[in-house]
Design a binder for this molecule. Structure first.
Ligand code: AHM
Ligand code: MG
Length: 339
């Protein structure tokens, strides 16, 4: 559906998406609506983070006599509080918490599961660098009542929705329910996310690579060769690529989605599984990027096919334009050599 000249709020978009699926219960729109409330609250706090010192709230207590919380803990609580009572979820899990998060006894349990990384890249916040929230929704696999670890530990291809928010020069929400990828920009003056990027497609090829090259010394051979390859000059294949690394995954990923290219957090000799988390960072972004026509792998397997064994497991991640990621895989697997 094309929406020329119309202002489409996220709420309207979700309802129209849901209408395409006859028999949809409305649970889904409920989940996304509740989430957007939490995102707006996080946006508000993140955008005034720099004022905290000036306004004298950096001490132990804020004006309400409450302890001032670290922003990632704050975001974690806001999402949980927005989602615990809607009746759509049976369990949640967050990057900030070791164990699964139960829905309080007094609220009804629904048929969906929410996994989230409340504030990714939060170490960047003091430098005014973009940070993000990432989320995934699964259908529960246990029959009823409280959800369990089993409901949370599903492979990424089972996601029914995923998305992220980037708190940047503007705040954007990007999501997919398996029918393309759509981007919404927050208009803070009216407090609404408005459709700004309809049906995002990632270019088949990019010319930007994004990786923490400070770890070069510990990289495996295939990884070293791939990056050297990208740095060689060859007009026909648009090389050398440009390097960009913000160090805030959602910011790097969002640029990769819009401009194409490849974002990598490889495993290396020190950290064979890299740094990023399968359930909170790799799976939701892989779902989005695949929905936009791109590709995501751990170097051996498609990210979305990996069967998780623990909630906080880390995974190497290579994600972005289809042809760039496929080429990277060839180097990683030793099928291609530098010439
Ligand atoms: P965090 O969950 O502690 O915020 O770490 C995740 C972040 C990602 O946003 C980013 O891609 C990565 O860490 C950067 O790591 P590094 O500094 O090792 O390059
Ligand atoms: Mg994170």
């Amino acid at each position: 559906m094309k929406h020329h000249g119309k202002v489409i709020t996220i709420e309207r978009h979700i309802i129209e998406e849901e209408r395409k699926h006859p028999g949809a219960s409305g649970d889904f729109s409920g989940i996304l609506r509740d989430l957007t409330l939490a995102f707006k609250v996080i946006h508000r706090e993140v955008s005034k983070a720099g004022l905290v010192n000036i306004l004298g709230m950096a001490g132990r207590q804020n004006v309400h006599g409450e302890e001032v919380k670290k922003m990632d803990v704050f975001a974690d609580e806001k999402i949980y509080q927005a989602m615990d009572h809607g009746g759509h979820l049976c369990v949640m899990a967050s990057e900030e918490n070791e164990d699964v998060l139960q829905i309080p006894d007094q609220y009804p349990k629904g048929k969906y599961v929410l996994l989230y990384d409340p504030l990714d890249g939060s170490s960047n916040i003091d430098a005014n660098v973009s940070i993000g929230t990432i989320f995934s929704v699964y259908r529960r696999v246990t029959p009823s009542g409280h959800g369990t670890m089993q409901d949370c530990l599903q492979p990424g291809y089972k996601q029914v929705a995923a998305g992220y928010v980037v708190y940047g020069s503007s705040t954007m929400l990007v999501y997919s329910t398996g029918d393309g990828v759509h981007g919404f920009t927050l208009d803070p003056s009216i407090g609404e996310f408005l459709l700004s990027h309809e049906d995002i497609r990632i270019p088949k090829r990019g010319k930007i690579y994004s990786v923490n090259e400070g770890n070069y010394r510990w990289w495996y051979d295939g990884m070293k060769k791939y990056v050297k390859y990208l740095q060689q000059e060859d007009k026909a294949t648009n090389r050398p690529f440009s390097g960009r690394y913000i160090g805030s995954m959602i910011a790097d990923l969002h640029r990769t989605l819009l401009y194409g290219g490849i974002f990598m957090y490889p495993g290396d000799e020190r950290h064979p599984n890299g740094k990023l988390r399968l359930m909170y960072e790799a799976n939701p972004t892989a779902f989005i990027v695949e929905q936009a026509g791109g590709r995501a792998t751990n170097g051996k397997d498609r990210i979305l096919d990996v069967v998780p064994t623990s909630l906080h497991a880390r995974t190497p991640l290579f994600i972005g334009s289809d042809e760039d990621v496929a080429e990277c895989e060839e180097f990683l697997q030793g099928k291609r050599q530098l010439t």
